[in-house]
Ligand binder design. Structure first.
Ligand code: ATR
Length: 290
């Protein structure tokens, strides 16, 4: 990579940041598209977050992605925040312009685009469809990632969202928070009932950390799950989680979580570097190898 004096700059802020795949992902697009620009990993401690953001803005950065643990602080920092990010309660993409900061959240977009691209690319007989309108979705987990997924489902027209979390109170807070003013009813179910609620489900999403490498497995029986249900996991290490492996074996359509990471990066890249990037099989391989 050779930069000119006019190079465009962006990056990702997190603490820690060394595990992030975003620099490799954006670096791939920059190289592929021959753009005079760079995207850097920026390890910033929480107490320095605001100073660092101002410093980057005054240094001419086009903006940054924001990851754990700064997403809520980013919402407070930005001069303007888009309504979707406000609903989710977190900002993951900031654009600097004329000394002002504009915050958005692209996780919901990434989640839906991943499902759309994967399901559209599948040559399957009419057993599956991804018509969200009026659908029933079961969402496991009520952490930060769950918020983006639920908002995405509401906006895609899902009418019946069953939210199941080990800590029920957390799910109730989330449901109350996201229900007001939005379509898509959220019903909270007990963690112990997670096998039963799969009856009649069109889409099953795991947003918990269960099944991730180094974490306990997700204990779930899919006996009640219709064969037509699409199953997706936001965990992408391993790419085929035990849940996805089990679902695939019994004939369900599965969508892995890597695509959500790749698609959520698209709007930021376009805003900072001025070109529309594509999510391809080659990109998936490249990011996984890193
Ligand atoms: P993220 O931002 O990735 O969603 P998080 O906010 O830490 O991370 O949320 C982790 C999710 O995984 C939560 O839904 C959590 O359930 P609790 O709210 O009960 O903590 C879920 N989770 C983590 N470990 C779990 C376990 N052993 N059993 C069931 N759920 C678990």
């Amino acid at each position: 990579m050779i930069l000119s004096g006019k190079a465009r700059l962006a990056g990702v802020i997190g603490w820690p940041i060394s595990h992030s795949k975003s620099p490799r992902l954006h670096g791939y697009w920059l190289e592929k598209l021959g753009i005079d620009g760079a995207y850097l990993p920026l390890a910033i401690e929480p107490e320095n977050f605001e100073d660092a953001l101002r410093g980057l803005m005054y240094s001419g950065f086009g903006g940054v992605n924001v990851t754990v643990p700064h997403k809520e602080a980013a919402l407070k920092f930005c001069d303007e925040v888009d309504p979707l990010a406000k609903r989710i309660g977190a900002v993951n993409t900031i654009v600097f312009k004329d000394g002002r900061s504009y915050g958005s959240n692209t996780d919901a977009f990434g989640f839906i685009e991943n499902l759309r691209q994967d399901v559209e690319n599948t040559d399957f007989s009419l057993d599956f469809s991804l018509d969200f309108f009026g659908a029933k979705a079961v969402v496991l987990g009520a952490g930060g990632a769950s918020r983006g997924v639920i908002v995405a489902l509401q906006d895609a027209g899902v009418k019946n969202i069953i939210l199941v979390n080990r800590t029920k109170e957390r799910a109730e807070v989330l449901a109350a928070d996201l229900s007001s003013g939005a379509d898509g009813m959220i019903t909270v179910a007990d963690w112990k009932d997670r096998n039963e609620v799969l009856n009649g489900c069109d889409l099953l999403v795991n947003t918990t950390s269960l099944g991730m490498a180094g974490q306990p497995p997700l204990e779930l029986s899919l006996d009640k799950l219709p064969k037509s249900c699409v199953v997706t996991d936001i965990v992408y290490a391993p790419l085929v989680t035990p849940l996805l492996g089990l679902a695939e074996k019994r004939g369900n359509k599965i969508v892995d979580g890597l695509g959500m990471l790749l698609h959520q990066a698209r709007p930021g890249f376009e805003a900072w570097f001025g070109e529309k990037p594509e999510v391809t099989e080659d990109l998936r391989k490249f990011v996984l190898e890193g």
